[in-house]
Design a protein around this ligand. Structure first.
Ligand code: AMP
Ligand code: TRP
Length: 327
């Protein structure tokens, strides 16, 4: 069976960008692929989180993934650090990755600017650990948002290098894109992101969402309700593209162009449609929060399954590169 693998960092709460850009595809792919989904806590250490906060964030992100529809009977959901082979293969991949390739990574530059007081080596080698994550499950498909393009390209190059040097071992992992590979935040400018404070959280209530939408940027040229708007340049309209049915979108576009529909009403319609998606997710998340033993059971079982797959790959890798086999 063809395999899919992906990860999300436990650095804050899940938002609509994570959901639309990545998790919706996880839910789709688990139907036809052998799926490994991972809360990448080792990656999050690059931001030196407070230990208690990290512990909580791992649980909350796992809850969000499950509440969004990842089914533990179909997918293997686990926490990265519980499978030590990630770090082991990470080192091996470190020795196959040219410094020059890492130097090109724009995320390293962005993250260094965001945390100038903590530019640790892990921030720089971050994409190598990601390469190891993908390689460990010999994944063919990697569902991620557009911001991961550079990391995926680096992973492909490193895996091709491994195959060239040590013999064909890993498939060439293909990126799987959703219909929303780059969701823009409430500011109408930057990618929706946990670190930018421009997100609509996956667990927010309908009221909280509407509060946030009130302040969200629309068509900047539309100053008064009586001004005709241009839906194509409006971020709210782009979100309607993800959450609203086609007929309603056509009505909204016409209403906006003719100034019959005001921005506030347009936002209310969006809030209603967002709630139709988020309400059931919020309810499932609350049920999981009430049953911590069930979450532990899912994550422990996931880690056990992931370790078996990971160790099988590592035995092959150790043999290929000439390391003494562990017995
Ligand atoms: P992160 O929260 O950075 O660990 O990202 C987890 C997943 O969500 C990755 O596949 C990202 O590419 C995806 N993602 C994060 N932000 C966005 C966004 N604004 N639009 C689309 N996908 C996103
Ligand atoms: N770097 C990814 C992000 O920030 C998370 C990630 C870690 C990942 N390992 C992965 C994604 C492996 C896909 C496959 O979003």
């Amino acid at each position: 069976m063809v395999r899919t693998m992906s990860g999300i960092q436990p650095t804050g709460k899940l938002h609509s960008g994570n959901y639309l850009g990545a998790i919706v595809n996880w839910v789709e792919l688990q139907k036809n692929y052998e799926a490994f989904f991972c809360v990448v806590d080792l990656h999050a250490l690059t931001q030196r989180p407070d230990p208690a906060v990290l512990k909580q964030a791992v649980r909350e992100v796992a809850i969000g993934i499950l509440a969004s529809g990842v089914d533990p009977d179909k997918s293997t959901l686990f926490v990265q650090s519980q499978v030590p082979q990630h770090a082991e293969l990470g080192w091996i991949m470190t020795c196959l990755t040219p410094l020059g390739d890492l130097n090109r990574m724009t995320q390293f530059k962005d993250k260094s600017a965001q945390q100038p007081e903590n530019i640790n080596a892990g921030l720089f080698t971050y994409p190598i650990l990601q390469t190891a994550d993908i390689a460990l499950y010999r994944a063919d498909r990697v569902p991620v948002g557009e911001d991961q393009d550079q990391h995926l390209e680096l992973a492909r190059e490193t895996l091709r290098r491994f195959n060239f040097v040590y013999g064909e071992t890993f498939p060439d992992p293909q990126t799987v894109r959703s219909h929303a590979p780059r969701v823009i935040g409430l500011d109408g400018q930057a990618k929706m992101s946990k670190s930018k404070g421009n997100e609509i959280g996956l667990f927010e209530t309908a009221d909280e969402t509407m509060q946030k939408l009130r302040g969200a940027k629309t068509d900047p040229a539309r100053l008064r309700k009586s001004d005709p708007g241009t839906p194509e340049v409006c971020n709210i309209f782009s979100w309607h593209g993800f959450f609203s049915p086609a007929e309603q979108r056509a009505e909204i576009a016409a209403g906006c162009r003719s100034a019959q529909l005001g921005c506030v009403d347009c936002k209310k319609m969006l809030a209603t449609n967002l709630e139709a998606v988020k309400g059931p997710i919020r309810e499932r998340a609350a049920a999981l929060r009430d049953n911590p033993a069930r979450l532990d059971e899912i994550l422990d079982a996931g880690a056990r399954k992931a370790r078996v797959a990971a160790e099988a790959t590592m035995q092959l890798v150790r043999e290929r590169i000439g390391l003494r086999p562990s017995k």
